[in-house]
Unconditional design. Structure first.
Length: 277
């Protein structure tokens, strides 16, 4: 009976993995096909070497500023990741080590703010960024970085807090006795122990910022100053749907996240589970 249950479990997991992999397979297949093959019915699910073409990839780089889109995505992602990791680390440490009612209230306020969808943040953020002059020109990239930070920081803060809670305070107390300040004790003793949590937060924020569509589409002026994720919709017209180009852009957008997750997946899992014991 145990072997039957194990076999059924493996079969169910394999089925779920197949369902999850199917969109990735179809995206990759469509990116290297002519649009006429992609649009045909019934769809051709199996790859045909005769249909292979780099037409879509060549077009988005030769007739569109795909290089600028990738650079803008990289700037936004690295900026949002660096800012959010810094803010969430300091905030998570403060929430973990301080037990005052004011800190507890602030912690719950941060947690509640995570429940707000991005669509509710768009209008107030747009008004703020417009009044400080961040929406006129290339500086709109700063607005997207700040918007992604405001969206990702609450969850990242609670991830860091959970990990800080698992680190004994005696480590810091020993550093304080040796003459370190509170900030120095955190940097020299506590922070090195949070490497798995920092990796998890980094991957989480990287994925959120790289795949962001809402903030980039709203705040960026367009043209060359656009992220790769937000630029994909420009190939969807009222008359022609260039799905092979959309899939080519989507493949370019997904590849860096996929590679980064493969490299840091072990640290990501450790960071997510490290603060639960």
């Amino acid at each position: 009976m145990t072997h039957i249950m194990r076999a059924l479990r493996m079969l169910a997991l394999g089925l779920f993995a197949l369902i999850a992999f199917l969109p990735v397979y179809w995206m990759t297949l469509s990116a290297f096909r002519p649009n006429s093959i992609v649009m045909q019915w019934p769809p051709a699910f199996w790859p045909n070497p005769a249909d292979f073409t780099l037409e879509a990839m060549r077009d988005i780089f030769s007739n569109n500023p795909a290089g600028s889109w990738l650079l803008t995505s990289l700037i936004v992602t690295l900026g949002a990741t660096a800012l959010t990791v810094t803010v969430s680390t300091l905030a998570g440490y403060a929430l973990s080590r301080s037990r005052s009612w004011l800190t507890g209230t602030a912690g719950y306020a941060i947690l509640i703010s995570k429940m707000l969808p991005g669509t509710l943040l768009i209008v107030p953020l747009y008004i703020i960024f417009f009044r400080v002059g961040l929406l006129n020109g290339p500086q709109a990239v700063i607005a997207v970085i700040l918007a992604n930070c405001s969206f990702a920081a609450p969850f990242a803060t609670w991830m860091m807090k959970a990990y800080f809670d698992s680190i004994p305070k005696e480590i810091e107390e020993a550093a304080l006795i040796d003459g370190c300040s509170h900030f120095g004790a955190m940097i020299k003793t506590v922070l090195p122990a949070t490497a798995p949590a920092l990796a998890a937060v980094t991957i989480y924020v990287f994925i959120v910022a790289w795949n962001d569509f809402l903030f980039a589409r709203t705040f960026l002026p367009g043209g060359e100053t656009m992220t790769i994720a937000a630029a994909s919709v420009q190939f969807l017209g009222e008359v022609e749907m260039a799905w092979n180009k959309v899939m080519a852009v989507a493949l370019l957008a997904a590849a860096p996240v996929f590679v980064m997750f493969l490299i840091l997946e072990r640290h990501f899992v450790a960071g997510l589970t490290g603060g639960t014991h």
